[in-house]
Design a binder for this molecule. Structure first.
Ligand SMILES: [Zn+2]
Length: 154
């Protein structure tokens, strides 16, 4: 055992770069195809009527199979939000050029909020109860990113 350390390392940066693919399953696959048609699809519980988006196979409340598909949105209400000032990419933390607005949005017809980014407004203008609408990627790319973000209605 060394009597004295000459140099102490207090920080190490290890950039991580992973590329991988995975099968999303039939529920999210149908959800992504819907986004490509500019439709937001959800599943509804036959027992408690919970409407989940993104769609889930099993209700988290009563464990019933949610096999009824419904279209929700494209507008909704901000339930809660946060403002992000940094991004973490490949293990590194960097300051954002402008703040990112992330909101829990309950879409019209849904009972479970969806986490999404809100763009086109100042952080001080984002409020609970604000009505927002979906903006889709055009042309569609067959990915979750086809629901690009939300912006204020009107
Ligand atoms: Zn249920």
């Amino acid at each position: 055992m060394a009597d004295k350390l000459e140099r102490v390392v207090v920080e190490a940066q290890v950039p991580l770069d992973y590329t991988y693919n995975y099968r999303v399953g039939p529920y999210i696959e149908r959800y992504i195809k819907g986004l490509g048609d500019k439709k937001i699809l959800a599943t509804k519980c036959p027992q408690c009527s919970k409407v989940a988006v993104p769609p889930r196979k099993e209700c988290g409340v009563c464990n019933k199979i949610m096999d009824e598909w419904v279209e929700v949105g494209p507008e909704g209400v901000v339930d809660n939000y946060t403002v992000g000032h940094v991004k973490i990419e490949k293990g590194l933390v960097e300051n954002l050029e402008s703040p990112a607005l992330l909101a829990m949005i309950t879409l019209d017809g849904a009972t479970v909020p969806l986490l999404a980014e809100v763009k086109g407004m100042a952080p001080t203008d984002l409020k609970k109860g604000l009505r927002v609408k979906a903006v889709f990627t055009d042309p569609a790319e067959d990915s979750l990113a086809d629901l690009s973000h939300f912006e204020q209605v009107g």
